[in-house]
Design a protein around this ligand. Structure first.
Ligand SMILES: Nc1ncnc2c1ncn2[C@@H]1O[C@H](COP(=O)(O)OP(=O)(O)OP(=O)(O)O)[C@@H](O)[C@H]1O
Ligand SMILES: Nc1ncnc2c1ncn2[C@@H]1O[C@H](COP(=O)(O)OP(=O)(O)OP(=O)(O)O)[C@@H](O)[C@H]1O
Ligand SMILES: [Mg+2]
Ligand SMILES: [Mg+2]
Lengths: 265, 265
């Protein structure tokens, strides 16, 4: 089971859009996929047409009451399940401040969840607080959506510092698999300069000890495509909303690349 | 002195870009402007070419030690000062959890700051936590940068709820002046649909009691323009980096509109 934390503390870089559409592409390829919404703003939940205020509860109940995930998950498509979130989750940051083992609550729940999934993707808020820490403690891989704009590299090193800390103190299995280039504007000098810098940074880590040694930039960038911004308003993934769009092509190609890393195809 | 909190809990919608370039446009028009970086990620600080780790301190020292702003501010251009931030500020959320009056620390500092400014603009992180609450308690106006994408309206009502709470319990002077349309893609159906909805929502509040009654959408949208994404890498505002670009035109026009609201010109 590949448990993937999708993180970037920079806002609006494509985390949610990537979790939804990469998750959907993997499900359409026949893999069993569970998506977890760890953002109190519930964008993943809303994007998939679910109700944040669902009676049955979501990630808030999971983190504060250890409610089993099997009670909280909801099927949204063939092979695709989601555990939604609600604004109450914002209170979890403060409520969990002095709870012992507050970063590993989600990991314990995933370990006891009897269902077998091929992929668990965790959508995180734009911060490095306790919600993101739970995802990092529960994950074995990290994917980093990144918009090729100036401050991307600045945020990346801070992010990797946090990953290192979690890997050292809490979760020795954690490693960064790769960076997903999102909202890419091909042919612009800014994008190519930023990606050169990110590539050089990752290259310098090869053979080292850090949890991002060997991390790559996924070779499929996700191009800027208005269809990707439109499909949340219909509660759909890009494959239902605009299956012939660049957005659909790019996320399908990314899913192939992700699967090929371990499945060989 | 117009004290303006620039807020939106949605990530990456143009808060920092707007504080930098609207602030710069107002300074170039001869107004005295103070910018406050309330984001632990220090993007405002970096965008203006300042060092987040400045020896002299920043908003973290202001909030946790009540260091006077006159000791913390730094001049970055004619008529333009900034109080920078540092990653330590992330700790403030937790450090201030049980401090009495934790939301009004900044307001007290602004009130004792002897300098006269025409405008104070406060750049907030993508959250509604204690840092944003401090900005709302210290402000008399709220500007809301908004990207005309689907989830904009969903976030807006949550945001206005928070503004209401602060206005009722802490700061009766607080009112929402307007929404700044950022990263606008003219001619797209998504943008026009979202803006229609936002416009209708604000229109419905006219004549009411809420702190956003009478809020408008500023008539100058800021169009998507790669120059705006490039200038942070040079530590410059758009007016120094690309004075003839659409980005410069749009922020200059927005500044005129902002000034005309009270100065009549
Ligand atoms: N490739 C793309 N082309 C066009 N629009 C996109 C693309 N990817 C995402 N968007 C849109 O950009 C906005 C930000 O994307 P998204 O919400 O996925 O980012 P995020 O990193 O999850 O943000 P947050 O930090 O607030 O959680 C959304 O309105 C989304 O619909
Ligand atoms: N009008 C525009 N055209 C093109 N790029 C833009 C525009 N406005 C902002 N950007 C770029 O988009 C990204 C997000 O903008 P910005 O950082 O100002 O948003 P923010 O709301 O402050 O984000 P955060 O929530 O992370 O604080 C930045 O890389 C910025 O340079
Ligand atoms: Mg998101
Ligand atoms: Mg910002």
């Amino acid at each position: 089971m590949r448990r993937i934390a999708v993180i970037n503390q920079k806002g609006g870089v494509g985390k949610t859009t990537s979790v939804v559409n990469l998750g959907a592409a993997l499900a359409r390829a026949g893999r069993r996929v569970l998506l977890l919404d760890l953002d109190p703003q519930s964008h993943l939940t809303l994007h998939l047409g679910c109700d944040p205020a669902a009676e049955s509860g979501g990630t808030y109940e999971a983190l504060t009451q250890s409610t089993p995930l099997s009670q909280l998950r909801k099927q949204v498509a063939k092979n695709l399940w989601v555990v939604s979130s609600h604004i109450d989750l914002a209170a979890a940051e403060v409520e969990l401040v002095s709870v012992v083992g507050r970063e590993v609550i989600l990991r314990d729940l995933l370990e006891t969840h009897q269902e077998h999934y091929d992929y668990v993707l965790m959508d995180c808020p734009p911060s490095l607080g306790v919600l993101t820490l739970n995802a990092l403690a529960a994950a074995n891989e990290v994917f980093i959506p990144l918009q090729p704009h100036y401050l991307a590299l600045h945020g990346l090193s801070k992010l990797l510092e946090t990953v290192s800390l979690v890997a050292r103190r809490i979760n020795s299995q954690l490693h960064v698999t790769g960076v997903i280039v999102c909202m890419h504007e091909p042919g612009t000098r800014l994008a190519s300069e930023v990606l050169e810098d990110v590539g050089a940074f990752l290259q310098a880590s090869v053979g080292g000890e850090q949890p991002w040694a060997g991390a790559r930039i996924f070779s499929t960038p996700i191009r800027r495509n208005i269809k990707l911004a439109e499909c949340p308003s219909h509660g759909m993934t890009i494959f239902d909303y605009a299956p012939k769009s660049n957005g659909a092509d790019d996320y399908a190609a990314l899913a192939l690349e992700v699967r090929a890393m371990v499945e060989g195809g």
